[in-house]
Write a protein that binds this ligand. Structure first.
Ligand code: NAD
Length: 393
């Protein structure tokens, strides 16, 4: 195989964007083999925008069985990521799923089992891992040059969405259609990065507000407190209701701190570094108001931030030559477990211990909400928005 023939399942906001960029040749080792959407208007869009030559299907399995594709990107709503990933894997296709890995860990565990049984490449679209700021932050934390983590805090409130966004798809922001709100739709990227850089927390205590800023069923305002296995603590604050939002990720370590700040397309990583740990300084300092000296500066990175196309390029290189993926599909369970634990904590009013996370209880609690979930009307003409201004929505 010289190039990977990719089938695109779901031609909405993100699937449509992938199709256009891949057809422009942005990933030289991928050709679009076929596209699929069950909505006739999306197939009309594909014919007009992608050209008559790209084979179109209205049924996922028909596209998988066509012999026209080697791999598939699953870009339908979240509940169906595991379903179509498993069908495709069993048919011997390589799979890349959109985020989140699924809605509840129980279905993702099943998908991971199938991935282990089938000899195919399995990846997940964690495109924000390609951002040089976060790659560098991880490299510094993992290198140990600043010592162990003492505290993490991420305020990620620049996921602002107006009501029209929620009304733009009948599945959005409903328990039955989406299975969650800002944690499931916007924050899978941040929850993934948080654990990718700082490791998994051990305990989670979260406060969620449901439909606080919008007419929706699911959460649009979250404040969570976590504890790590080494005793470090962390907070995660997010909402889709702050129009002047912030994206500031701060990690305090024994010998300094790292702050990643993103505003629009501006990304900045700043480091404070001391040559002594805070504990050692505290023991040896002889001045009542003394504090360690730091060298502070903006951290240089390679400046690369290829996002979705970078993830696709790595996916193809893995299929063709075994090169590393940006994110193995199995790693999707980590951020989803944090997300599910935040929901469960809010629903039960209890702290959740991740070492004994109850996948069945989460599923039962979710299904209670699905049972009373209301249907919505889609705002006419609102599907397939321009994604060019959003990196990770
Ligand atoms: N990685 C990212 O940056 C990013 C960005 C946006 C969305 N996403 C994820 O992508 C997924 C889709 O989001 P979206 O905003 O594109 O949604 P969307 O509603 O705009 O598009 C989904 C499309 O899938 C089609 N579809 C649904 N079920 C289908 C089926 N069984 N067979 C064929 N077609 C089917 C729908 O008709 C629709 O056109 C979500 O899980 C979302 O979280 C990821």
């Amino acid at each position: 195989m010289e190039k990977v023939r990719l089938g695109i399942l779901g031609l909405g906001n993100v699937g449509g964007s992938h199709a256009r960029k891949l057809l422009e040749g942005q990933v030289p080792e991928i050709v679009v083999g076929a596209v699929c959407d069950h909505k006739p208007d999306r197939l009309d869009w594909a014919k007009e925008t992608l050209g008559e030559d790209i084979p179109r299907f209205d049924n996922a399995e028909a596209m998988m069985d066509s012999g026209l594709i080697d791999a598939i990107v699953v870009a339908v709503p979240h509940y169906d990521h595991p379903k179509y990933a498993m069908i495709a894997m069993k048919k011997g296709l390589h799979v890349i799923i959109e985020k989140p890995a699924g809605v509840y860990t129980k279905q993702v565990l099943e998908m991971m089992k199938v991935a282990d049984e089938c000899n195919v490449v399995f990846a997940i679209m964690m495109n924000q891992r390609t951002n040089c700021i976060y790659r560098k932050m991880r490299e510094i934390v993992k290198s140990g040059e600043l010592g162990e983590i003492k505290r993490t805090s991420w305020i990620i409130t620049n996921w602002y969405r107006p009501q029209f966004y929620y009304d733009s798809g009948d599945w959005r922001a409903t328990w039955a259609g989406e299975g969650g709100g800002v944690l499931l739709n916007q924050c899978p990227h941040n929850l993934d990065l948080w654990q990718w850089i700082c490791g998994m927390p051990a305990k989670i205590d979260a406060h969620l507000h449901f439909g606080k800023w919008h007419d929706i069923e699911v959460e649009d305002d979250v404040t969570a407190y976590v504890e790590y296995p080494n005793g470090a603590t962390g907070t995660f604050i997010t909402t889709t209701g702050d129009s002047a939002g912030t994206n500031r990720f701060e990690i305090i370590l024994e010998k300094g701190k790292l702050i990643a700040e993103i505003e629009g397309r501006e990304c900045k990583l700043t480091m404070w570094k001391s040559d002594i740990t805070e504990a050692e300084f505290s023991k040896t300092c002889q001045k009542p108001f003394g504090s360690p000296e730091f060298v502070k500066g903006e951290v240089e990175t390679d400046g690369q931030n290829p996002q979705h196309m970078g993830v696709f390029a790595a996916f193809a290189a893995n299929i063709l030559r075994g090169e590393p993926l940006v994110a193995d599909g199995r790693e999707g369970i980590n951020g989803l477990t944090i997300s599910n634990a935040m929901h469960l904590s809010a629903w039960t009013g209890k702290e959740i211990d991740l070492s004994s996370f109850d996948h069945d209880l989460y599923y039962e609690e979710l299904m209670k909400r699905v049972a009373t979930s209301r249907c919505k009307e889609t705002t006419a003409g609102a599907t397939a928005a321009d994604m060019s201004n959003t990196f990770g929505s």
